[in-house]
Design a protein around this ligand. Structure first.
Ligand code: IMP
Length: 437
């Protein structure tokens, strides 16, 4: 387990199947660490045929001996977290390895109300983001504002908690519906303090914990939530989430220097999906899109919303590879594309007379582009039992090869089904590992 740490990050608009990749790698690491986002993320992991949908608990929890760490950059909804812990325990999972940063910020009930209220107001002028409604943006806004923000450590000290919640309630009374139960200070404090008591034994200074693991030769696996094109700084602003979902968020969100990261695995679906508003240049609002949605079960893990579906966007992918300095690609859900006559790959954007192969990280400008496609032949075989590149049909290999050559980096893993075993490893990910050990 010695050597440098690993980061796994989504390269598109989320739901790329990072959970499965983390699952494949978790055992080789001392801890799986979340550094951004909150209960807006949904990681599905299938272990021993059992499906676990995790929102806040890092998937390391499913592996005995691997710690699951919620870093300071995560916004924690104690209600969701406790329900998730209870659910894991009912299913016989040992949750003693779960550690929560004392400095992580807390999503309070009024943040969720604020999220819904803002979205409803934005709907009337076409500025709706289509958030998950989990209070993520408002919780990060309070963190940046430094007034009325509640941190996990505050849940453990009733007086401090009351001061913070009273400040927040005063501030928010101006724009939240009058008399809202979400602003009842006594009820909020009682509930949050009780949640704090249940979490107390799991709370610690995770910055020290993680750096001590590194100092003793252990490796960390950073599990990015949401995805690169939803990053608040590098995504399609304003149609983004409120945190740094790229690997760039690891330093501030976990208190670990980027010099500790030896390899960055970037996860991309073999096509594109997006939930909520914002541009998706290759969107297919047609039979092809519907077919991919049904075959890929493209419905949100967190909200159940049908995902928007499109062809793979190599311009966007190459941008995400650059921003994260990805070492190797993991291409997921390739099996979903089988049965299509042809496969399209977006290789440039057209805006009037102008054609560019550079991504446009701006929600409004990107909405104006028209994709320029290359077309490759499709494949009809069922590929879910392929375990090596040689077992894939020629057109599937050619498709992967075009992704590799456009992105300019090797492919380390290809996922051909939801099970852990339905994975093709090219050996690249392992070579990188020994190179960085
Ligand atoms: P928020 O993170 O709830 O504020 O939502 C902001 C945008 O990010 C919305 O379009 C969400 O649908 C999207 N989003 C946030 N987290 C995820 C994710 O894990 N997968 C896919 N979309 C997400």
């Amino acid at each position: 387990m010695t050597g440098k740490s690993t980061a796994v990050v989504g390269l598109q608009w989320g739901d790329e199947g990072k959970g499965k990749i983390v699952d494949v790698l978790a055992r080789e690491h001392a801890a799986v660490v979340r550094y951004n986002g909150g209960a807006n993320a949904g990681h599905s992991v299938v272990v021993n045929g059992e499906r676990y949908a995790l929102h806040l608990v890092p998937s390391g929890i499913l592996f005995p001996g691997v710690k699951a760490v919620i870093g300071n950059g995560v916004v924690v909804d104690p209600e969701v977290l406790l329900a998730e812990i209870d659910n894991l325990e009912v299913r016989g999972v040992d949750t003693s390895g779960l550690v929560i940063s004392s400095r992580a910020h807390v999503v309070m009930p009024y943040h969720k109300l604020e999220d819904r209220t803002r979205e409803a107001a934005a709907d009337s002028d076409g500025r709706k983001i289509g958030t998950t409604g989990r209070g993520i943006g408002p919780a990060y806004a309070d963190k940046a504002q430094r007034f009325g923000a509640v941190r996990v450590c505050d849940l453990l000290d009733r007086d401090r908690l009351r001061r913070r919640v009273s400040e927040a309630a005063r501030l928010k009374a101006g724009f939240l519906p009058a008399g809202a139960e979400e602003l009842n200070v006594d009820a909020l404090v009682d509930k949050a303090a009780a949640q704090g008591e249940r979490l107390r034994h799991r709370v610690s200074d995770t910055t020290y914990l993680l750096n001590e693991i590194i100092d003793s030769g252990g490796r960390l696996l950073f599990e990015g939530a949401n995805a690169t094109l939803l990053d608040v700084d590098h995504g399609t602003y304003p149609f983004v989430t409120a945190s740094n979902a790229t690997v760039l968020g690891i330093g501030p969100g976990a208190g670990v220097s980027p010099t500790c990261i030896g390899r960055v695995l970037g996860v991309a679906k073999a096509y594109s999906t997006r939930v909520g508003s914002g541009p998706l240049p290759t969107e297919q609002n047609n039979d092809i899109g519907n077919r991919i949605r049904e075959r890929g079960r493209e419905y949100g893990t967190t909200t159940g919303r049908p995902r928007r579906v499109g062809w793979i966007d190599l311009v966007a992918l190459r941008y995400s590879v650059m921003v994260n300095r990805v070492s190797a690609l993991c291409v997921t859900l390739l099996d979903v594309l089988s049965g299509l006559d042809e496969l399209k790959l977006c290789v440039a954007y057209r805006m009037g007379e102008r054609v560019t192969d550079c991504f446009i990280p701006d929600g409004e400008e990107l909405g104006k582009v028209e994709p320029v496609y290359e077309t490759l032949p499709g494949f009809s075989h069922d590929i879910t039992s392929a375990r090596s590149m040689d077992e894939l049909p020629g057109p599937a290999r050619a498709y992967l090869d075009r992704i590799r050559s456009f992105a300019g980096i090797p492919i380390g893993l290809v996922s051909v089904g939801p099970e852990r075993s339905q994975t093709i490893s090219t050996g690249v990910a392992r070579e990188l590992e020994s190179a960085t050990a």
